[in-house]
Design a binder for this molecule. Structure first.
Ligand code: ZN
Ligand code: ZN
Length: 337
């Protein structure tokens, strides 16, 4: 697709990508094997090249930035402090780096940017009346400690033998096969957990008091990704609990947790694709979730699992999908009368 200039924008400075959002090809029947293979292994296809990058981050974190498991059997401040500091550093590098790249140094200009409206300032909805400062504070002072809390609990439980049920006897082969299967399944576990947790956050019980805070961000940037109420952090990041039951190794849990911690930076970056150099364009599900921030009542999950399609809430970014969404909401309101 050609890069877009301001001439492609409407009067509100919005830009709509030409191609509708496609669900992952595993959702299209009959299955098309060559499309699936391309999507699974192609570069920079969504699934493995993208997630292999995060897996490399996880393995490096475990190998070089995490104390020995046996030393974490007792909850002690020194090692909890190390994990807190390295999580803060990783988030600062990733979220801060992406913000600097796209919004301060503007390295890709307006190419693929959904809207050129600026982030909110002088707005009472945000801490310090400033969207970026609010988003950073909520990420660094709520998300980072909660990510760390979950991680600390995991290592402590593994070191004490309370987790890691699936060591699968004495067979090394079965152990490592299970370890690999769980790594491959992690993005799918994330997609399903995110959809379910997000639907819960949109119920009357939780929307106003908890999730509305994340939706104050109508224009979104990398720091908006984890700008949430602490209760939402606890719910959203609890995806690692699936691995508490299944995991062969602490790396399985760490990968699941880091996917949840790191995906939102790109998914909220405000650009359809991240351009690095002239050729590399990375799509981290950005348009899909951007539409959720724009319209609220669609795209609760991601494009990997077909849950939005099954439950009738999928919006592919086209004008036809706008109309279908409006009709659906009208029907729901009429049914409530
Ligand atoms: Zn969001
Ligand atoms: Zn939402």
């Amino acid at each position: 697709m050609a890069d877009l200039s301001s001439s492609n924008r409407n009067s509100r400075e919005d830009w709509r990508p030409e191609a509708p959002i496609a669900l992952a090809p595993i959702n299209v029947w009959p299955l098309h094997i060559s499309n699936i293979t391309k999507w699974f292994f192609g570069f920079p296809g969504f699934l493995w090249p993208y997630n292999a990058f995060w897996l490399a981050v996880t393995i490096s974190t475990w190998s070089y930035l995490t104390p020995e498991l046996t030393t974490m059997a007792n909850l002690e401040l020194w090692w909890i402090g190390i994990i807190l500091a390295r999580n803060a550093a990783l988030i600062l590098i990733l979220f801060g780096g992406l913000h600097l790249y796209l919004y301060v140094f503007k390295r890709q200009g307006e190419a693929h940017q959904f809207t050129t409206r600026p982030f909110a300032t002088n707005n009472r909805k945000f801490l310090f009346k400033d969207q970026v400062a609010d988003n950073m504070a909520r990420t660094l002072f709520s998300a980072v400690p909660i990510i760390t809390g979950y991680e600390v609990l995991t290592y402590w439980a593994f070191a004490n033998g309370f987790l890691g049920f699936f060591d699968l006897g004495s067979s090394q082969l079965i152990f490592w096969a299970w370890f690999l299967i769980l790594l491959i399944l992690a993005p799918v576990i994330h997609a399903v957990h995110f959809y379910l947790g997000h639907r819960l956050l949109h119920t009357k019980l939780l929307y106003k008091k908890v999730h509305a805070l994340h939706h104050h961000n109508v224009e979104i940037g990398p720091w908006s990704g984890l700008a949430m109420h602490p209760v939402e952090h606890i719910i959203y990041l609890s995806t690692l609990a699936v691995q508490w039951v299944l995991a062969a190794h602490p790396v399985n849990v760490l990968f699941q947790l880091q996917l949840a911690a790191f995906y939102p930076a790109l998914a909220h970056c405000g650009f359809e694709k991240l351009k690095i150099g002239e050729k590399l364009k990375i799509d981290g599900g950005n348009h899909f979730h951007y539409l959720h921030h724009k319209y609220f009542e669609c795209n609760y999950g991601g494009s990997l699992a077909p849950l939005d399609k099954w439950f009738g809430t999928f919006h592919d970014g086209t004008k036809e999908a706008d109309q279908a969404m409006k009709n659906r909401i009208k029907k729901q309101r009429e049914a409530l009368r």
